[in-house]
Design a protein around this ligand. Structure first.
Ligand code: AMP
Length: 205
């Protein structure tokens, strides 16, 4: 089985990808994680600015990864594709291995919800620990005077990230046309979302 998980920043796609890959015994491949580990200053620059990594680079890294690990099946790709071009390339890569993408799971949340979640991040200036007022609130031992908002989590920066990283309409249309789009409402409890995704996927196992 080959699955792709997509959604705007803050949608919780990484969390769902972990749960679903564990349940279905798939290899979880997050393009964002791989980019972070590469420690390539140019790639890091794109990420720090909230920009997308250029399409060609994404495809190159992805192709190298699956070839080096001989991974052509039982794969859950989290965070890609992020453009129509990437989607077409992914389809081509898998068809070269006589495989096809089974489903693309799109976790949808509104801009308002994404903004609420992403601006709720706080950093403790003393300990360097990161909290989220909604999903991972600081305990009573944390002095709220030490909590601050990072520049890239301020409202203007988050709005820019959401604008740049919006799931593109043309890509969604192409996935829908291929009959493999599974859209789920991401503004619900984590378990409810996983249940929904798993019940759709059960039918193709
Ligand atoms: P994520 O962990 O999926 O939010 O990804 C973190 C960052 O990696 C994103 O903000 C992008 O800069 C970059 N990234 C990850 N996957 C892709 C992709 N498929 N295309 C372009 N940029 C990506």
């Amino acid at each position: 089985m080959i699955l792709l998980f997509i959604g705007p920043p803050g949608s919780g796609k990484g969390t769902q990808a972990k749960i679903v890959s564990n349940k279905l015994d798939l290899v979880h491949f997050s393009t964002g994680e791989v980019f972070r580990h590469m420690k390539d200053p140019q790639i890091q620059g794109y990420m720090d600015r909230g920009d997308l990594v250029p399409d060609e680079k994404v495809i190159e890294v992805f192709q190298k990864y699956i070839e080096s690990k001989k991974l052509h099946d039982n794969l859950l790709i989290d965070g890609s594709p992020r453009s129509l071009y990437q989607y077409k390339k992914f389809k081509k890569i898998f068809s070269n291995y006589k495989q096809s993408i089974d489903k693309v799971v799109y976790i949808n949340i509104s801009d308002q919800e994404a903004l609420k979640r992403l601006t709720a991040r706080r950093i403790d200036k003393k300990t360097g620990k990161i909290y989220n007022l909604i999903t991972n609130p600081p305990g009573p031992d944390v002095d709220s005077k030490n909590l601050s908002v990072r520049d890239d989590d301020k409202k203007e920066a988050v709005l820019e990230r959401l604008r740049v990283q919006k799931v593109p309409r043309d890509m969604l249309e192409a996935i829908k046309k291929d009959g493999i789009l599974v859209e789920v409402n991401g503004e619900r409890p984590i378990d409810d979302i996983s249940q929904d995704i798993l019940s759709v996927l059960k039918k193709i196992k």
